[in-house]
Design a protein around this ligand. Structure first.
Ligand code: GDP
Ligand code: MG
Length: 401
């Protein structure tokens, strides 16, 4: 995670799969101008949201969010979405991933690989028919693995050519070489043990090295697949086939239609329908021309079949499920409101396995330093600093100062 505590979800994929369409649909939000601090700086970084059930109703209160918004008991908590264009296909020709692409990727915490499931774009993103989306999934995984492997090999060389002392461990050199990926020595040790390849890199053959690179990659750059263009029958057929293929069990594949999400949001903005992003239903509220109504009814059939347009789902699957980020509300044990009369103004997205003390440090370093205990505002139970925060906890921190 970046120092400013906000997560970045990277949208990746070859050209013409629908990255920009997904990005626009996800970041097209009915919030006031000026609430888009990122778009002015960098058009490829936008604000998207993850949905979290609001805790305020459990306390018979109404929340007043200071960031994002709350609709019908669902908090929309902001997060950053990045359109990481520039994936260069054609690695087989020795081109590989572009340098800019790699440094942009390094700034993301989790990836959504947007794949054209309709099969109507070839590996380079040119129009075709009957392309197997599995080739795109395999391509990106293999490319990322090669990137990691290259850095891993440098770490091994560093170990082998370095000044060898008694306490010189391979995991130390690898962690140092791979620090940009955010892997620690302990992390490397755990993965080496999981693979059972031992701690002497002289004993590692090419397959072992690649396997280790892949483990480190999947651990530090987790990914979901957005199976896009699912509004087409070709994509639906591919989706059935690929989700039944056990070779792809390791991936989280979310059926998705960027077009449908965009159409529903536009219709909602125009007053034609009531639609809350991510929902599996909507209500027609305006007078519609017959063709607009027919178009919306086709989308209704689609979201009823797949549960939603999938855009919100893909974002949440990435951040909450795959990355394991934990939403926590700072609150007060004697009434949720703070001194300014705001009720649950914040909902923090914390790294997996965060403790109450880390939560306190996230509020402010003074609060972390003065930490006495936390209070679970639902039960009024005291929690020690090692308490592992849980999703939707409402916590007050009691300090010495
Ligand atoms: N049917 C369908 N087409 C889509 C969808 N999303 C994007 N497209 C189309 O795919 C093409 C490429 O989209 P774009 O967002 O520019 O892709 P990018 O190059 O990955 O950013 C455009 O013609 C889009 O209209 C979708 O959900 N369904
Ligand atoms: Mg684009």
């Amino acid at each position: 995670m970046n120092a400013d505590r906000s997560y970045r979800i990277g949208l990746v994929g070859k050209p013409s799969v629908g990255k920009s369409s997904f990005f626009n649909a996800a970041t097209m939000n009915d919030v006031p101008e000026g609430a888009y601090p990122f778009t002015t700086i960098d058009p490829t970084v936008g604000e998207a949201y993850v949905r979290v059930d609001c805790a305020a109703p459990e306390f018979d209160e109404e929340c007043t969010p200071s960031v994002g918004y709350c609709e019908g008991g669902t908090r929309f908590v902001p997060t950053k979405l990045v359109d990481v264009a520039g994936l260069i296909p054609g690695a087989h020709e020795g081109k590989g991933l572009g340098n800019q692409f790699l440094s942009d990727l390094n700034e993301t915490d989790v990836l959504v690989h947007v794949v054209d499931f309709s099969g109507e774009t070839d590996i380079e993103g040119e129009p075709t028919e009957g392309h197997d989306p599995r080739d795109d999934i395999d391509f990106l995984e293999a490319e990322l693995d090669q990137w990691y492997l290259g850095v891993l090999e440098k770490g091994i060389t560093r170990y082998e050519t370095g000044y060898v002392t008694e306490d010189d461990d391979i995991e130390e050199d690898l962690a140092e070489q791979m620090s940009a990926f955010g892997i620690t020595e302990d992390g490397i040790k755990r993965l080496v043990r999981r693979l059972g390849i031992g701690f002497d890199p002289d004993e590692w053959d090419d397959a072992d090295r690649l396997a280790l690179a892949r483990e480190i990659r999947t651990e530090t750059k987790p990914m979901v697949i957005a199976a896009n263009k699912m509004d087409t029958p070709e994509a639906q057929a591919n989706y059935e086939e690929i989700t039944a293929d056990s070779d792809y069990d390791h991936l989280s594949i979310v059926p998705c239609s960027a077009h449908a999400e965009r159409a529903l949001k536009s219709a909602a903005e125009g007053g034609a329908i009531d639609y809350r992003p991510g929902d599996g239903e909507f209500e027609i509220t305006g007078d519609l021309a017959p063709d607009q109504e027919a178009g919306l009814e086709r989308i209704r059939d689609f979201i009823e079949a797949y549960g939603s347009t999938g855009v919100q789902d893909a974002i949440e699957r990435a951040l909450l499920d795959v990355l394991g980020v934990v939403p926590v509300f700072p609150g007060g044990a004697n009434g949720l409101g703070n001194e300014r009369g705001e009720v649950l103004p914040d909902c923090y997205l914390l790294p997996p396995e965060s403790t109450a003390e880390e939560f306190a440090y996230g509020l402010h370093s003074d609060i972390g330093e003065g930490f006495l205990h936390a209070i679970d505002c639902r039960s009024n139970r005291q929690l020690g600093k090692a308490y592992a925060v849980e999703s939707r906890d409402v916590l007050e921190v009691v300090t010495t100062n």
